[in-house]
Design a protein around this ligand. Structure first.
Ligand SMILES: CC(C)(COP(=O)(O)OP(=O)(O)OC[C@H]1O[C@@H](n2cnc3c(N)ncnc32)[C@H](O)[C@@H]1OP(=O)(O)O)[C@@H](O)C(=O)NCCC(=O)NCCS
Length: 165
């Protein structure tokens, strides 16, 4: 089994924060602001499990991009990839920093780096009520594959989307 966590800071914005612990600390603050992101606990468990090679099967790897402004984490994107396929786990921008192009920036940078790792297809799942995320993914050319009814605990449907890169 090979397994790895890679967290990259976007070029030019890496500031005073570095390392998993700092990222987790900031993520715990950021995540509760979002109705659509996973809980801080689940992300923390995921990252720690990945580090200790416990929960990932086969050749699955974790890739994450962190975006900082003035040394403070303001965005995070997390993917799992296996060979040429990747799943977008989540993308999150600090509530106070949204609408400034950071979501676009971090997604664009993620896709470029995944492409370099040999990934050719991204799959994601998003609530059909999440207007901002849907618009972001559509603007990147993600196509809707199917809808999973009442997929989320709050009863919302999930759109499954994919994009070849
Ligand atoms: C989805 C999210 C990451 C977008 O980040 P952002 O930095 O605000 O997005 P950007 O400023 O880069 O905008 C990119 C595009 O997204 C769309 N968008 C962003 N905010 C939007 C809004 N409030 N309403 C509609 N479309 C929106 C637009 O298409 C926009 O492109 P445009 O400016 O050319 O029209 C952010 O809203 C977020 O963190 N949401 C909570 C977490 C979440 O829902 N994540 C997705 C599921 S895991």
């Amino acid at each position: 089994m090979t397994c790895g966590v890679e967290i990259h800071f976007l070029p030019g914005v890496a500031g005073s924060e570095a390392g998993l612990e700092c990222i987790l600390k900031r993520l715990r603050l950021l995540l509760p602001q979002s109705a659509y992101a996973p809980t801080a606990e689940s992300v923390e468990k995921f990252l720690i499990d990945c580090q200790s090679s416990l929960s990932l099967d086969g050749e699955q790897k974790l890739f994450a991009l962190a975006l900082t402004t003035e040394g403070i984490l303001c965005g995070f994107a997390q993917f799992r990839f296996y060979g040429s396929d990747a799943d977008l786990d989540f993308i999150l921008i600090d509530e106070n920093q949204r609408g400034k192009g950071y979501g676009k920036f971090i997604l664009d940078a993620s896709l470029a780096q995944l492409r370099q790792k040999g990934v050719h297809r991204i799959v994601l799942e998003v609530s059909t009520q999440n207007t901002a995320a849907l618009a972001l993914y559509q603007s990147f050319g993600f196509n809707s594959l199917s809808v999973r009814k009442r997929y989320y605990r709050n009863g919302e449907d999930a759109a499954i989307m994919e994009k070849s890169i």
